[in-house]
Design a protein around this ligand. Structure first.
Ligand SMILES: CC(C)(COP(=O)(O)OP(=O)(O)OC[C@H]1O[C@@H](n2cnc3c(N)ncnc32)[C@H](O)[C@@H]1OP(=O)(O)O)[C@@H](O)C(=O)NCCC(=O)NCCS
Length: 137
């Protein structure tokens, strides 16, 4: 995908009720800069020319992260997310990253079940800590 897909990416995330950091890491300039650094990290699923699925990858050099995975509500339970995760793993392996990770809210049962089906292990003994420079990042 390119930055020309930006508006439809946001629309898809909104349709999927994902929390967007519009002034922070999901702003147009932030996404454009992430795309420039790693064009392969933005994977879209299209029906004709409509974006119906998306995932954004990131890598800290040791682990790969699967972020902002979303499938249009009209296209769910057809295996699209599974395909996007498979593709994500392929792209990360091409960068010599072999540990794939995702942060999932405990209440997101659908997503937890999806990742389990894709072979991911749920770590119940780990608590996620983060610190934000400001509320918008
Ligand atoms: C979670 C989400 C990405 C799944 O997309 P999807 O394309 O419907 O998922 P798939 O069709 O690839 O599902 C593959 C398997 O995962 C499991 N699964 C997926 N969604 C599920 C749900 N809502 N409830 C239970 N199991 C689910 C099932 O085992 C499914 O296989 P099956 O349909 O043969 O039973 C989609 O529901 C979505 O966009 N949700 C809102 C955004 C979100 O929560 N993103 C994840 C952030 S971590």
């Amino acid at each position: 995908m390119t930055i020309n897909n930006y508006d439809e990416i946001l629309q898809l995330w909104l349709r999927a009720s994902l929390n967007i950091r519009i002034k922070g890491r999901d702003s147009k300039s932030a996404i454009e800069s992430q795309m420039k650094s790693n064009p392969d990290f933005f994977i879209g699923a299209f029906e004709k020319s409509d974006l119906v699925g998306i995932v954004i990858l990131s890598s800290d050099g040791r682990k790969g992260w699967i972020n902002r995975l979303a499938v249009d509500p009209d296209y769910r339970r057809k295996g699209l997310a599974k395909t996007l995760i498979n593709e994500a793993e392929k792209v990360l392996k091409e960068q010599s990253i072999y540990v794939f990770s995702a942060l999932i809210e405990d209440s997101n049962l659908g997503s937890k079940s999806l990742f389990k089906k894709c072979g991911y292990f749920e770590h119940k003994n780990i608590t996620y800590f983060s610190k934000r420079d400001n509320d918008e990042v």
